[in-house]
Design a protein around this ligand. Structure first.
Ligand SMILES: NC(=O)c1ccc[n+]([C@@H]2O[C@H](COP(=O)([O-])OP(=O)(O)OC[C@H]3O[C@@H](n4cnc5c(N)ncnc54)[C@H](OP(=O)(O)O)[C@@H]3O)[C@@H](O)[C@H]2O)c1
Length: 296
């Protein structure tokens, strides 16, 4: 299959590119920089040079592809709403280019956009938040619009994706602990973060592309919920810092602007996805990658 990958130079996208190529697919990867282009060429991909918001370029690439994996996203938190609305247009453009062809489009989203009020892990069939409340949900709404039109669109909701170099938002906890000189968790630290190794996530994107069901939501979840206490202990071990609880009242001083996020309980299940796509995660777990971090 000739697969067009946006975000091909990113953390997850670059793993997807490597996985697709090793499985015999031809990859056209979007890159907006010389450095990204070099990495993609070395990986064996064809490069489309451009910005994801250049919708004409995007349309042409989508029309020439047998399938698309869309992972590009600008994570600059200072203008999340604008970036999310841009993503809505990008997805509409990709979908329009594939309209009526049944060629698959797999779109990256996050399990954090589905929240459970009861503490039950959220599932693939739970509804996502609305963009009026969480701007990032524009991505899921754009997918809904295409699915409603009968297009072969799937959403891949990602939990915390990790390897030994990167652990996403957990980097914030590491930075704060380094600054504060100790690692904290709030109360008993029982709030949870779901996780997946980047290699397992990449393989699952390919599974969805090759045999996914039009309109499906998949959860790339290997671990339903790693507690903040376990995460804090792994960070403490790696950084050789003391670890201990703080009260909810102390959280804003320790965490700063991250305080609200640091106490959220976000368990997510990937059981349906594992069944439907015959996906068995095999990569190291989050705590192993945290303890074996290649950077401090
Ligand atoms: N990592 C996680 O744990 C996680 C969790 C939940 C959801 N997700 C979602 O998964 C997707 C991939 O995440 P990631 O961690 O791989 O992100 P990442 O490492 O930040 O990569 C983002 C990619 O998007 C590209 N990009 C951003 N703006 C662009 C633009 N204007 N034009 C062209 N390319 C552009 C980047 O290109 P450059 O290399 O040139 O910057 C990069 O290839 C995103 O939708 C993200 O929100 C990730």
């Amino acid at each position: 299959m000739r697969v067009f990958v946006t975000g091909a130079t990113g953390f997850i996208g670059s793993s997807i590119v490597a996985d697709l190529i090793s499985a015999g697919h031809e990859v056209v990867g979007l890159s907006r920089s010389d450095a990204g282009t070099e990495v993609l060429v070395r990986a064996g991909a064809t490069v489309l040079r451009g910005d994801v918001n250049d919708l004409d370029t995007l349309r042409n690439a989508a029309e020439a592809a047998d399938g698309i994996i869309h992972t590009a996203f600008n994570h600059d938190a200072s203008d999340l709403k604008q970036h999310s609305e841009n993503d809505r247009k990008v997805i509409a453009t990709l979908g329009a280019a594939l309209a009526g062809t049944h060629r698959p489009l797999v779109i990256a989203s996050g399990t954090g956009l589905v929240q459970s009020a009861t503490g039950r892990p959220v599932t693939e069939t739970d509804a996502h938040a609305k963009s009026a409340v969480f701007p990032r949900a524009a991505t899921e709404e754009a997918a809904d619009a295409l699915i409603d039109q009968g297009e072969n669109v799937m959403v891949m909701r990602l939990p915390q994706v990790h390897d030994m170099r990167r652990q996403g938002r957990i980097q914030w906890h590491i930075d704060i602990a380094t600054k504060q000189g100790h690692v904290a968790y709030v109360g008993e630290g029982l709030n949870r973060v779901p996780a997946v190794h980047v290699s397992d996530a990449a393989r699952l994107f390919r599974g969805a592309l090759e045999k996914g069901e039009a309109g499906a939501r998949y959860h790339a979840v290997a671990e339903e919920g790693v507690t903040l206490r376990e995460i804090a202990e792994a960070i403490g071990e790696r950084l050789r810092l003391p670890v201990g609880p703080i009260t909810p009242e102390e959280a804003p001083e320790y965490y700063g602007w991250l305080a609200e996020l640091a106490i959220m309980d976000l368990p997510a299940s990937g059981a349906l996805t594992q069944q439907r796509l015959d996906w068995v995660p095999t990569g190291p777990d989050l705590l192993t990658d945290l303890r074996d971090r290649t950077t401090t």
